[in-house]
Design a protein around this ligand. Sequence first.
Ligand code: ARG
Length: 264
Amino acid sequence: MSQKIVLMSSPEYFKVEYAINPWMVPGTNVDLELAKNQWNGLKRTIEEAGAEVKVVPPNENHPDLVFTANSGIIKGNDVLIANFKFEERRGEEEIYLKWFEENEYNVSRIPSDYKFEGRGDAFVYGDYLVGSYGVRSDKEALLYIAEHFELEPVIVELAQEKFYHLDTCFQHFSNGHAIFYPEAFKDNSLSAFSELFELIPVSESDANELACNAVVIEDTVIFPSENIDVIKAVENLGLTSKVANVSEFLKSGGACQCLVIALN
Ligand code: ARG
């Protein structure tokens, strides 16, 4: 398989100046030097795991642009750009659209009344569109995307504002296993996903560390903190675990996976 490529955006203008999820307290002091070091640490860990990192330039007016996971959904060379739920992030759509166009993707939009927040809430998995709706993204958006990309939708409803994107409460690995936080889903057993993944529940304490917001590069899983119990279980599956502490970004409700989108 060709080398994995991911997209990130550097945190020069990262801050918490508005609140669009329960993790965000406007005016919270972000230690920008620490945030930059943590971001570089994550980037380095991803590169050491064997992936190439491309970077979207930061933008002064868009502190949440660092969370590239929300840029859209990618299938091969085709991209559907996000329709952000909150006005605060809508300006990012043009920035991502331009980046994907300049990098020779076929870029399209979904109908503007369907809210959709990219890899935050959905990803392509073989012939399936795996996704969640109910907090940030709309069910109609996921159904539209599934039809556009000719995928079978496997979608579930989220239950809590705190776990507002699928990637805050679910992650799957290269070996078909996946971790999830049961309370984050309307159906606590996540039975809709059980055909596709071997599901491993995480504790509330792990969920609050955003354990499921781990980056997966082949057989390496990069977790956002050492204080995560499920790391042991993941190692016992034969996977390699790494930690890239991104505590400054948790102040905005995001961790490792939110800061990254896989381009292939
Ligand atoms: N502050 C950002 C927001 O609330 C964080 C986004 C995190 N991204 C993610 N893929 N979960 O929109």
